[in-house]
Design a protein around this ligand. Structure first.
Ligand code: UDP
Length: 152
């Protein structure tokens, strides 16, 4: 099933000059970039985006970290893209994430863990609507598609 998912390259990715390297990993894997934009996140947007953390003691700290510099929001598409991107990202704690994953290779922190990725197809749909207008996501033929997926 072809899915779209939201990836946010967090302020830590921009400040550490990792935007190209992280984006390259998604491209190299064979995922298609359907949308990409730089944004300054706001308190209101983060209250919605991280609503599941609202009662956590670290909520304000996480929001401050996400507003400390601009972010790059990406819409990434592919077969099973939500889980595939989660696997590429690795678990939340960068110190526990395996080498080879984005968080495992580039982070030493729970909070400053380089990227956000949607955690389910349902949430991906809600999050993409929150971050992108319809005309900011692009449908175009990925010429390598047949070579990437063959018959599976
Ligand atoms: N976070 C944190 N401390 C925690 C849990 C989460 O600083 O104990 C931050 C971290 O940056 C994480 C974000 O809050 O990426 C969202 O948390 P979530 O549990 O949704 O993890 P994710 O889906 O990003 O792995």
């Amino acid at each position: 099933m072809i899915e779209r998912t939201l990836v946010i390259l967090k302020p830590s990715a921009l400040q550490r000059g990792l935007v190209g390297e992280v984006t390259h990993r998604f491209e190299r894997k064979g995922l298609r970039l359907a949308g990409m934009k730089m944004m300054q996140l706001t308190d209101h947007l983060l209250d919605e985006h991280y609503a599941h953390l609202i009662n956590k003691p670290f909520f304000q700290r996480v929001k401050d970290s996400m507003m400390a510099a601009p972010v790059i929001a990406c819409c990434i598409e592919g077969v099973d893209a939500v889980q595939t991107v989660r696997t590429l990202a690795g678990p939340t704690n960068g110190r526990l994430a395996a080498p080879g994953t984005i968080r495992g290779d580039y982070s030493m922190s729970v909070q400053e863990n380089i990227i956000h990725t949607s955690d389910s197809p349902e949430n991906a749909a809600v999050e993409l609507t929150r971050f992108f207008k319809p005309e900011e996501m692009f449908a175009y033929k990925q010429v390598a598609f047949d070579y990437l997926y063959a018959t599976d």
